[in-house]
Design a binder for this molecule. Structure first.
Ligand code: GLY
Length: 379
């Protein structure tokens, strides 16, 4: 099988690597890998803290991918000879005021009902775990199942693998001659396929100190403002992230920086002593229901050389009928699969996405339940 992957970010490269491991010849196209959303991402693997009320199918997919992360990280490190910074200390939910605490306790209740491990903690218990937290911190919780990885290290490791890379852009899917095309170019998928993928801007800061201020990932709320703090072993502290519906705008604003630094300093006063090393903005690929698009490109979006029959509810896979002029591949037809719309969870969902896409590309079906994520659901 010959496969073209459009997009050389975390999702595209994870799919490419899995296809390579299954014996496919893979070419990844990305004219500008420096714009990958993964380079801006903090790398929280957070099936607890990123779970939202009412998103049960997505939560199940996040948990499924989380289960795959330890093996994914170990195999990527073995294949590349590079570290990816996978850490398992767990995350702390931290609230500054009584009102903030009430919000966290409501979340704790939701997580408990969903069967997610979560342990409420007092302010004092939080400071025993993380002595640099503000004495004003009211309380919070420990989420042992939320881990972290360094997405820049993941990208570096994936890019070192023997995957063929081309810096040409693909602007028209009908020009691709390979057996299968994977559309994994984040927000760029909207223009390429017409699917409803919108950019959701996130501003993020990288602070630097001589040594880490905290060990755990902190998900904080201070006077109603949300922030996360992700410590790296080398003293870097990633502070994120704004969430802005402003189209494809990647400017960093003073207001965005303030919105992050204010709650960060309220919860962890030592951040003001750190160097502000980098300010960034990235574009999360969001969909109308903020869940990913995984599977065959739906019929109204088909390229003119292949007919892709969409999934029926409860079924994965595709049926492909070649057009008469499509003889180059012996009449087997060509398929287009979509892997985008991962919104706030691209890094977390990379292992399960790679598995699903490689399954669909090689066998036409997958045993992962992705019925809720069919790319046909908005057509
Ligand atoms: N997953 C965190 C973010 O999207 O900001």
């Amino acid at each position: 099988m010959r496969a073209t992957v459009v997009g050389g970010g975390v999702i595209g490269l994870a799919c490419a690597w899995e296809l390579l491991r299954r014996g496919a010849q893979v070419t990844v196209h990305d004219p500008d890998p420096g714009r990958s959303a993964g380079l801006v991402a903090a790398g929280m693997l957070a099936p607890t803290a990123e779970a939202n009320y009412g998103e049960e199918a997505l939560r199940a997919l996040m948990l499924e991918s989380m289960r795959r992360w330890p093996a994914f990280a170990a195999e990527l490190e073995a294949a590349s000879g590079m570290r990816v910074g996978y850490r398992t200390e767990g995350s702390l939910l931290v609230a500054l005021t009584d009102d903030d605490h009430a919000e966290v306790l409501r979340l704790v209740d939701y997580y408990r009902r969903a069967g997610t491990p979560i342990e409420p903690l007092t302010g004092r218990q939080l400071r025993e775990l993380e002595p640099m937290l503000s004495p004003r911190v009211r309380g919070g919780a420990f989420a042992p199942g939320d881990h972290q990885v360094d997405p820049r290290l993941v990208l570096r490791a994936l890019r070192s693998l023997p995957i063929r890379f081309e810096s040409t852009s693909i602007d028209d899917l009908s020009t691709v001659r390979d057996d299968v095309t994977i559309v994994a170019n984040g927000v760029g998928a909207a223009r390429l396929t017409g699917l409803p993928v919108r950019p959701v801007k996130g501003q993020l800061l990288r602070l630097r100190g001589a040594e880490p201020l905290v060990r755990h990932v902190i998900r904080g709320v201070a006077l109603g403002r949300h922030v996360y703090l992700v410590p790296r072993a080398d003293g870097e502290l990633v502070v994120g992230a704004t969430e802005e519906e402003r189209g494809a705008d990647t400017t960093v604003t003073a207001g965005g920086v303030l919105d992050l630094l204010r709650p960060a300093a309220d919860l962890l006063p030592g951040v003001v002593e750190l160097t502000l090393a980098e300010t960034l903005a990235g574009l999360r690929p969001g969909t109308p229901d903020n869940a990913p698009l995984l599977g065959p490109l739906p019929v109204p979006h088909r390229v003119d050389h292949a007919v892709v029959v969409p999934d029926k509810p409860g079924h994965s896979g595709s049926v492909v009928a070649p057009q008469p002029h499509d003889q180059r591949d012996g009449g087997r037809g060509r398929r287009v699969l979509v892997a985008t719309g991962h919104y706030r969870n691209g890094v977390l969902l990379a292992p399960v996405t790679a598995r699903v896409i490689a399954d669909l590309a090689t066998t036409g079906a997958t045993d992962v339940d992705v019925a809720a994520f069919a790319a046909t659901r908005f057509t």
